[in-house]
Ligand binder design. Structure first.
Ligand code: ZN
Length: 351
C-alpha cells in the first residue's frame, strides 16, 4: 500500500547546539515512520529565540532529506518573562511560536503576547502546564503515591481556558499542543462551536494507552502531559473522531536510555515517536485508514499551509503488511512501544 508521506507538527530535533542526538537520526526516524516533513520545537540545545539560532538550525536542516519547518519561542530563553521579536521571525517564514516543554503562564504577559502575535499575523502554539516554572509534577493521579508529585488535569485546563479567553478577545490564531484531558477536549469543542480560530493535537501515546497499568518504577512512562485515565483516553479518541482534535502529533523527544532508566522522579520527560506513530495507530485498529491519513497528513498540511508555511510536495512510502514486533531502528530508542505487535512496516525509503 502506497501512502503520501506524513507531516509531524511536534518534533524535538535537539540541534542546534551540541547534543547526544546525531542530526541524521531525526531524518532516519522520520523516514522510518513514513514522515517527510516535521515542525521542529524551539527548545533545542540552543533555544530558537533569535534569528541567529534560527539560521544555525537551518544550516543543519537543509542537509537532511526531509523538510524541517521551524517555530520560534514565545519568550526569551523559554523563561516566560520577555517576548521575542516575532516580526523578524515571520519575515523569515516562521509563523508559529511556542515555549513547548514549558508553558506561557504569566497572565499579563500572555495578554501582551496574544495581542502582539495577532497583530503580526502569527500563531500561538501552547504547551499548557500551570506549574511548569514553579513546581513541575511527575505523573497523573492516582499513580503519584507518596514520592511523586501529581499533575492534576487543572494544570492543563486552567492555562487552556485562560488562552481561549484571550483568543476570543483578540482573535489570535491558537493551536493547543498535546491535549491529555477530557475537560480540554470539551473546551476546544466549545471554542470551535463559537468559531474561534483554534486547532488541537494529541499524541499517539495519549490515544493508545492509559494509566491503569503504568509501572511507576519505570521512567519510560514519564512524559508531559502525563498519561491519564481511560475516560480521558476515550474523550481524546472521540475528540479526534468528531473533528474537535485536528491532528495526531508525535512529540518525538529523544532522550538517552540512561536518563529514562533513572527512577521515575529523576527520569527525563518524553518518548520518541516518529517511527512508531503510524504502525502503532494502524495496528490498534481504532481508526480507519482514511481517518489516520486525515490526522497525520491532510490536516497538518492544511494547518501549516494556512499559517503561511511553504510545504514540500508529498513524497510517498510503500507500507507492507507484516505480523511482527515493533523495534525502533533509529537512535535513541526511548520508545513506549518496543516489542509491541505491528501489522505494517515500511523500508524508510521514498518511492
Ligand atoms: Zn510539550
Amino acid at each position: 500500500m502506497k501512502l503520501n508521506s506524513f507531516l509531524d507538527m511536534h518534533t524535538h530535533t535537539r540541534y542546534p547546539g551540541k547534543s547526544f542526538v546525531k542530526e541524521l537520526d531525526i531524518e532516519k526516524a522520520a523516514k522510518n515512520g513514513g514522515y517527510s516533513e516535521i515542525l521542529a520545537m524551539p527548545n533545542s540545545v540552543k533555544i530558537i529565540d533569535s534569528i541567529e539560532a534560527l539560521m544555525e538550525a537551518r544550516e543543519v536542516d537543509k542537509k537532511l532529506d526531509i523538510k524541517i519547518h521551524r517555530t520560534g519561542s514565545l519568550t526569551k530563553g523559554l523563561q516566560g518573562k520577555e517576548p521575542i521579536d516575532y516580526r523578524e521571525f515571520i519575515a523569515q517564514g516562521v509563523f508559529a511560536f511556542t515555549d513547548d516543554g514549558l508553558s506561557l503562564v504569566d497572565d499579563n504577559l500572555a495578554e501582551l503576547i496574544f495581542k502582539t502575535i495577532k497583530n503580526e499575523d502569527g500563531a500561538v502554539f501552547q504547551h499548557c502546564e500551570k506549574n511548569c516554572h514553579t513546581s513541575p509534577g511527575d505523573i497523573a493521579p492516582p499513580n503519584d503515591g507518596e514520592l511523586l508529585t501529581p499533575i492534576h488535569s487543572s494544570e492543563e485546563t486552567e492555562i487552556l481556558q485562560r488562552d481561549l479567553h484571550l483568543v476570543a478577545k483578540y482573535g489570535t490564531r491558537y493551536h493547543a499542543q498535546h491535549l491529555s484531558t477530557k475537560e480540554s477536549v470539551n473546551l476546544i469543542r466549545d471554542a470551535k462551536l463559537n468559531n474561534l480560530p483554534v486547532t488541537a493535537e494529541v499524541t499517539p501515546h495519549h490515544i493508545l494507552i492509559n494509566n491503569k497499568n503504568i509501572d511507576t518504577s519505570n521512567g519510560k512512562y514519564k512524559m508531559y502531559p502525563p498519561i491519564r485515565t481511560s475516560s480521558d483516553q476515550v474523550a481524546l479518541i472521540e475528540g479526534l473522531k468528531d473533528g474537535t482534535i485536528d491532528v495526531i502529533s508525535t512529540d518525538h523527544a529523544p532522550h538517552t536510555i540512561e536518563s529514562k532508566q533513572a527512577n521515575f522522579k529523576e527520569a527525563a520527560r518524553g518518548v520518541v515517536g516518529l517511527e512508531s506513530a503510524f504502525p502503532m495507530l494502524y495496528s490498534s485498529e481504532m481508526f480507519e485508514l482514511n481517518e489516520l491519513v486525515m490526522y497525520l497528513d491532510i490536516n497538518p498540511r492544511k494547518i501549516l499551509s494556512e499559517l503561511g508555511y511553504n510545504l514540500n510536495n508529498s513524497n510517498s512510502f510503500e507500507w507492507k503488511s507484516c505480523n511482527k514486533k515493533f523495534y525502533t531502528n533509529s537512535n535513541p530508542k526511548n520508545s513506549l512501544f518496543e516489542g509491541m505487535e505491528t501489522l505494517l512496516e515500511t523500508s524508510g525509503v521514498y518511492v
